[in-house]
Design a protein around this ligand. Structure first.
Ligand SMILES: *[C@@H]1O[C@H](CO)[C@@H](O)[C@H](O)[C@H]1NC(C)=O
Ligand SMILES: *[C@@H]1O[C@H](CO)[C@@H](O)[C@H](O)[C@H]1NC(C)=O
Ligand SMILES: *[C@@H]1O[C@H](CO)[C@@H](O)[C@H](O)[C@H]1NC(C)=O
Ligand SMILES: *[C@@H]1O[C@H](CO)[C@@H](O)[C@H](O)[C@H]1NC(C)=O
Ligand SMILES: *[C@@H]1O[C@H](CO)[C@@H](O)[C@H](O)[C@H]1NC(C)=O
Length: 440
């Protein structure tokens, strides 16, 4: 009997004993310029919600990623006057119920890499402070009818890798009946959502506000009209065949654009003046497998004579099909801090010898190799001497063949003309010849 009571007390103690979350998870006091408080990191802690742990005062971040959670229901752990950031990414969530009156300070919510197909239509109600929402890599489709009307202060949204392209084409992002994003949103990422056809004026409502747009990994064949305030644009991995200066200069140039990513497109050339109106610091043109021509006037003619306004720090043309570059570009390329020209089929002849004089970072020279001439095949350009870059003069040299053929024709013409003149003027009389012959 006594033992039974004791056992009961022990059980009761265990049940009422509260677990401090910082005894299980990693807690760190953080003080940044904008945020002061405790960051609670419970990443990869399964079964945490069952023990209903007690959170520290003034915690600002709660990381519950990789916890194998399947649903979020009201619990004391999701009630806080101080929580600013809630990370629920990399779980198996199918259902979420959060309430804005229990998390009045929430600014950042990460729900990426879960199994969400639908969201409760009232889920975001009242979350007027939310600035960042990540819904990437879930199972949303056109059926999900996503709507963010209540998130009036949203600055950044990530919708990558959900099959919602069709839906976004027909239900606009900036329409109350559509996705209802606020017009002062600054960053949108819609990568890998199966976009095929977007109205040219699609981003007009945010023409003066949008700073960052990621629209990579889709099936777009054209550039839409780009918002004027854009600072960052990633249009990579789309089957685009042509780029022109108009794409970055429709009515007004994109004077704020600093980072531009145009990797893995179907372009064959980067024509004159494409980037001449931009003031980029970072330009990526990687893995453009069909790209053969990079014009020496890509950045415009003016910059070649006065490079003061050339700000590019990082430039990559890696993994394209470029075999030579005009020496005129050297005045610009010499200013680039990280220049990646690796994995191109370089023809190491006199036209390319200028490349040897650039100071390219050592980690960007290993795959900078010659494709031809054959005796330099696969040699590293920076292992060669300048005198290795020669243009052989040979009889089959195209221009020499032209000159030779021209000379031959010219001589023939002269010969024929003079022969005719001789025949017409002197009318050499065959009789005379005969007489002369007879004299002999
Ligand atoms: C929590 O820890 C994991 C791994 O230990 C780390 O990847 C993650 O960034 C941390 N979370 C936060 C909010 O610092
Ligand atoms: C989540 O489940 C997988 C098996 O499905 C397991 O390997 C993994 O350890 C679990 N994660 C945690 C944090 O326990
Ligand atoms: C250039 O690239 C380096 C290394 O990748 C990076 O640290 C730096 O921020 C880049 N510069 C700009 C202007 O983007
Ligand atoms: C690369 O260019 C060469 C000719 O310069 C061409 O024969 C080859 O097909 C091109 N490769 C690709 C992938 O376009
Ligand atoms: C650009 O390259 C072409 C040959 O491809 C050359 O004729 C021209 O002079 C170059 N222009 C400048 C400004 O370097």
């Amino acid at each position: 009997m006594r033992a039974y009571i004791l056992f009961g007390i022990v059980i009761a103690c265990f049940q009422s004993e509260s677990v401090m979350i910082c005894d299980i998870c990693d807690c760190q006091q953080k003080s940044g310029p904008a945020t002061v408080g405790v960051v609670v990191n419970c990443s990869s802690h399964e079964g945490l919600l069952e023990v209903n742990p007690i959170l520290p005062d003034a915690f600002i971040t709660l990381d519950l990623s990789r916890n194998n959670l399947t649903s979020i229901q009201p619990a004391s752990i999701f009630q806080s006057e101080t929580l600013v950031e809630l990370l629920l990414n990399r779980n198996f969530l199918k259902e979420i119920n959060l309430y804005s009156n229990r998390l009045p300070q929430l600014k950042r919510l990460d729900l990426s890499e879960n199994q969400l197909e639908q969201l409760n239509p009232n889920l975001f109600k009242g979350f007027t402070k939310l600035e960042y929402l990540n819904l990437a890599s879930n199972k949303f489709t056109a059926m999900s009818q996503l709507n963010f009307n209540s998130l009036v202060n949203l600055k950044e949204i990530i919708l990558d890798n959900n099959n919602i392209g069709d839906d976004i084409e027909t239900r606009p992002l900036f329409d109350e009946q559509g996705y209802g994003l606020p017009l002062n949103i600054q960053s949108i990422s819609i990568s890998g959502i199966n976009l095929v056809n977007l109205n040219l004026e699609y981003f007009k409502p945010v023409d003066k506000t949008l700073r960052k747009l990621v629209i990579s990994n889709n099936n777009l064949t054209i550039f839409v009209k780009l918002p004027q305030r854009l600072e960052y644009l990633d249009y990579s991995n789309n089957p685009i065949r042509n780029i022109s200066s108009n794409d970055f200069y429709l009515l007004e140039p994109l004077v704020y654009l600093r980072e531009l990513k145009l990797n893995n497109l179907d372009i064959e050339q980067v024509p004159q003046n494409v980037f001449s109106t931009l003031m980029l610091t970072n330009l990526e043109l990687k893995d453009n497998k069909n790209l053969k021509e990079f014009s020496n006037l890509t950045f415009g003619r003016q910059l070649l004579s006065d490079t003061y306004d050339f700000y590019l720090e990082n430039l990559t043309l890696r993994g394209s099909n470029i075999s030579t570059l005009d020496k005129g570009l050297s005045v610009l390329f010499v200013k680039v801090k990280r220049l990646d020209l690796q994995q191109n089929p370089w023809v190491c002849d006199c036209r390319l010898s200028w490349l040897r004089k650039l100071s390219i970072a050592p980690d960007l020279t290993d795959d900078l190799r010659c494709r031809s001439p054959r005796y330099l095949y696969n040699k590293r350009i920076f292992d060669l001497d300048e005198k290795d870059f020669v243009c052989l003069k040979s009889w089959w040299n195209e221009s020499e063949v032209g000159v030779t053929i021209g000379l031959v024709f010219y001589s023939l013409l002269v010969f024929v003309t003079f022969t005719w003149i001789y025949v017409f003027i002197y009318h050499p009389d065959p009789k005379v010849n005969r007489q002369e012959y007879s004299k002999l």
